[in-house]
Design a binder for this molecule. Structure first.
Ligand SMILES: [Mg+2]
Length: 176
């Protein structure tokens, strides 16, 4: 089987507005250009995989079912825009969780690369040809530890610009 290339995306603050522990459909706000960016990535032959820390589960703010329902809702909205995420991976843990079942030092909470490694294994992804994009340094760190190239979003570079760089720009050069 040919290994696939992927673009791993953080969710909150990268695809949708980060309002802090977002978990209700009514609070879902796509960031400008995000749907177009995901569409472009897929058309360029990348799998698009969300990698998200959801410690709100560990903190007792919402359940894993809420996370899954919210992610399905996000994909319904993206479908209306003619695109969608191929897979969602989330970490529900936190080392100081109030919910005991989720209290642990895990290998899946970014900056740990566990979720990227799991996705690579399950989906047949070549990490060296893949990218991690997010709005937090720990997204970048997780991507680097998994052996991906990375882009950190900021005021100057949003998701659409980042995807454009990967597909058309200098960021696609080896070693960058
Ligand atoms: Mg974020």
């Amino acid at each position: 089987m040919n290994m696939k290339k992927a673009i791993f995306l953080d969710r909150d603050g990268t695809i949708i507005a980060d309002k802090g522990f977002v978990h209700k459909g009514e609070d879902l706000e796509l960031l400008p250009g995000a749907a177009q960016a995901i569409k472009m990535a897929k058309e360029a032959g990348f799998l698009v995989v969300v990698i998200t820390n959801q410690s709100g589960v560990a903190r007792g703010y919402f359940s894993e079912e809420d996370v899954k329902a919210f992610n399905r809702h996000l994909n319904r909205i993206l479908t209306r825009e003619g695109t969608g995420v191929d897979a969602f991976y989330y970490c529900p843990h936190h080392p100081e969780a109030t919910v005991k079942a989720y209290r642990r030092v895990c290998s899946c909470r970014k900056p740990q690369p566990g979720l990227l490694l799991q996705a690579a294994k399950e989906l047949g992804i070549d990490l060296s040809r893949s990218w991690m994009i997010g709005d937090s340094p720990r997204d970048v760190e997780a991507g680097k530890r998994a052996g991906c190239r990375t882009i950190l979003l900021n005021e100057e570079i949003d998701l659409l610009k980042a995807i454009n760089q990967i597909i058309h720009g200098f960021a696609n050069e080896p070693g960058s």
